[in-house]
Design a protein around this ligand. Structure first.
Ligand SMILES: [Zn+2]
Ligand SMILES: [Zn+2]
Length: 138
């Protein structure tokens, strides 16, 4: 499955392949600071960008960077360097209806002012990081 998307001003466009339509919401303070709210994102198998020169990459940690449009500021992706993986902001996809909320992470950092409905796993930051470490062992 291939899907297209773009930033608010259209200076950056992309085509993503092998999209995992199971969306995760991250409530960590970094995502909230970066997006202005919780980050809703989905991993993709691969992504091709158009208008690369308009993409700014902020190194938010040693292992990842966050990409945004230099013209309009749209949050576009979280890029894990190793393994090389793009986790795209689902709000930038042209077809937003394809996604379903499958889980929340860093629930312990979520402000009490909002809650997402639905019966899905809600992991604390510690639980999420432990699950990632477990995945790396297999
Ligand atoms: Zn833009
Ligand atoms: Zn986060």
């Amino acid at each position: 499955m291939s899907e297209t998307g773009k930033c608010l001003c259209g200076a950056v466009k992309f085509t993503a392949e092998d999209i995992d339509t199971h969306v995760h919401a991250c409530h960590c303070s970094m995502c909230r600071g970066w997006t202005g709210g919780p980050m809703l994102a989905a991993s993709v198998g691969s992504v091709e960008f158009f208008g690369d020169s308009n993409i700014k990459r902020y190194a938010s940690s040693e292992w990842a960077e966050r990409g945004f449009c230099a013209q309009c500021g749209s949050s576009l992706f979280y890029h894990l360097k190793e393994p090389n993986m793009y986790i795209m902001a689902t709000g930038c996809f042209d077809n937003a209806e394809q996604f379903s909320l499958a889980g929340e992470i860093f629930i312990d950092e979520k402000p009490s002012s909002y809650d997402f409905a639905g019966d899905h796993p809600r992991l604390t930051g510690e639980e999420f990081l432990a699950s990632m470490a477990g995945a790396g062992d297999s």
